[in-house]
Design a protein around this ligand. Structure first.
Ligand code: SF4
Length: 368
């Protein structure tokens, strides 16, 4: 076996050479084990997964939809082909008896990694020292479970890219200021759409002393955004939009709200992955649409609608490299381990954290 694959999963890895790793042998065994374990297993595939993984998914969708649907099923094992925070959410929503597995523990999220609980606690204390106003914290669902617990314990809420507007409206009806993390772009774009001017928003950068803000700035701000972003969606630029407008003015541009403000503002339309999928489905035959989101989803939509021309807004591959870590061979090692009743890469959120995070999730579901 190659050194590359010497890790904790060794016992369950396919005994094949590198060239064979994606070949029929691996795929064939996954199909066999999936069928054998069908009564106790559900495989979830996030939209941004590659086709060679998504082909095995019983359910595809965004992270919240996947977690909620799996929790409703009478399946002991939930194999989440996504990234770490998604598997945590699935664990929080599932029953005690269900076991959530992430095929590769290295599949994290660069945005989620930009805010940890210690940084949030420090920022929260400092911000509250410099304002009498009530600050309501809202976290994007793309974050560590400890941040979900934070908003649960501090009268805040979680949001998704689909319901961010509703949740922010709720937050600002309960306090004078909003603290939004970890994605500054979703926060800024949504607040701007709601009529809050950019001058009333500041960015707290955890890598700078006092977040890089003065007490005066905190006092005057309505919205405090966290310095976090999705590295994939930062790949789309205004230059891409300008080039496309010049070369193909009939092409409609639709982007995800994790894109930066200028891209979001110059696009024809913007929305969550579900919104984008829906908009493409409803577009008339012959439509040309350039999409500012992860490339696997864009390519899949283009294949699904051969009568439409669906392309990426960027000429470069805007690929989520952490999602990309989930490969068929890790899926196979997870399935082999389940088959031997010895699951590996189990994601378990500590009970107290899960309880606080669930408060925030329930709040979000109530509001939206
Ligand atoms: S696309 Fe961006 S936000 Fe989504 S998992 Fe990848 S890095 Fe994280």
């Amino acid at each position: 076996m190659l050194d590359l694959f010497k890790n904790k999963q060794d016992d369950f890895l396919p005994d094949v050479t590198e060239e064979q790793l994606n070949d029929e042998k691996v795929i064939e065994e996954i199909w066999k084990l999936k069928e054998k374990l069908a009564d106790q297993l559900v495989i979830l595939g996030h939209h941004y997964q590659q086709d060679d993984v998504i082909q095995f998914a019983d359910i595809t969708g965004d992270s919240l939809k996947l977690a909620r649907e799996a929790a409703k099923l009478d399946k002991k094992y939930i194999l989440f082909c996504g990234v770490h925070f998604m598997a945590e959410t699935a664990d929080m929503l599932s029953s005690e008896e269900q076991v959530v597995i992430l095929p590769d523990l290295n599949a994290g999220c660069s945005m989620a990694d930009m805010a940890n609980r210690e940084q949030i606690d420090k920022a929260w204390a400092w911000l509250n020292q410099h304002t009498e106003d009530k600050i309501v914290p809202v976290t994007y669902i793309n974050c560590d479970a400890h941040l979900k617990a934070f908003v649960g314990d501090n009268d805040g809420s979680i949001c998704t890219s689909s319901n961010a507007e509703k949740i922010i409206e709720w937050a600002l009806s309960r306090g004078q200021k909003l603290m939004f993390f970890p994605d500054q772009h979703l926060g800024r774009n949504t607040c701007f759409k709601m009529g809050i001017p950019l001058e009333e928003m500041v960015v707290y950068n955890p890598n700078m002393q006092y977040g890089g803000l003065t007490p005066e700035q905190v006092k005057n701000a309505k919205v405090i955004l966290w310095y976090g972003y999705c590295s994939v969606h930062q790949g789309f630029t205004v230059e891409h939009i300008q080039a496309l407008r010049k070369d193909s003015p009939e092409t409609k541009i639709i982007v995800h709200p994790e894109c930066n403000f200028d891209v979001w503002k110059n696009a024809d339309d913007a929305g969550s992955t579900s919104y984008i999928i829906d908009a493409i489905e409803k577009a008339p035959a012959g439509s040309k649409i350039a999409v500012g989101t992860e490339i696997n989803l864009v390519n899949r939509l283009n294949a699904k609608y051969p009568d439409k021309n669906i392309t990426s807004l960027s000429p470069y591959q805007c690929l989520c490299t952490t999602m990309y870590r989930v490969r068929p061979r890790w899926l196979l090692s997870s399935l082999r381990a389940i088959d031997r009743s010895h699951p590996i890469n189990v994601i378990k959120v500590p009970k107290d954290i899960a309880a606080s995070g669930l408060k925030a999730l329930d709040r979000m579901l109530d509001i939206s």
